[in-house]
Design a protein around this ligand. Structure first.
Ligand code: UDP
Length: 140
């Protein structure tokens, strides 16, 4: 087992419903440690850059509008196999397909407003962490 870092976002649907603590508790209870965290309001430019890989997808514009519709909490999570572990705790993209007890099953409103983002690979985790955090903002 390897200690990894992954990148998480608590999305606007969750911050709007005051679920920052509830979502973070599920991450912590799942074995992950928050080693960096900040509440920001993403600009359109930031959202479009972050989701650049989805630029050609039909949901891209709506997704960027949603992600800039309110505050988000960006976090760096640390733990054993943190990338895969976080994806397990989050559940499937579409909450209808998410396992019982996952963040998206419990809290998500829709396939778009699905409460959390989590990196899908260690490589992307590094890129996403660097996109939002300076090294000195991460305290392990
Ligand atoms: N999304 C959407 N409609 C879709 C698929 C995805 O609005 O049909 C949004 C959703 O918020 C999702 C994000 O786009 O979390 C990124 O999609 P991805 O397929 O990377 O899913 P994730 O890795 O977040 O589970």
């Amino acid at each position: 087992m390897a200690t990894e870092r992954t990148f998480s976002i608590i999305k606007p649907d969750a911050t709007r419903r005051n679920l920052t603590g509830a979502v973070t508790k599920m991450l912590e209870d799942g074995g992950l440690r928050v080693v960096a965290s900040k509440r920001i309001h993403m600009t359109r430019e930031q959202a479009e850059g972050f989701y650049g890989v989805h630029r050609e997808r039909p949901f891209f514009n709506d997704l960027c509008t949603f992600m800039t519709s309110g505050p988000v909490v960006v976090q760096v999570l640390e733990g054993e196999n943190a990338v895969a572990r976080n994806r397990e705790i989050m559940g499937a993209t579409n909450p209808e397909n998410a396992d019982e007890g996952t963040i998206r099953k419990v809290h998500a409103e829709s396939i778009e407003a699905n409460s959390v983002h989590g990196s899908d690979s260690l490589e992307n985790a590094k890129i996403e962490i660097d996109y939002f955090f300076k090294p000195e903002e991460i305290v392990g």
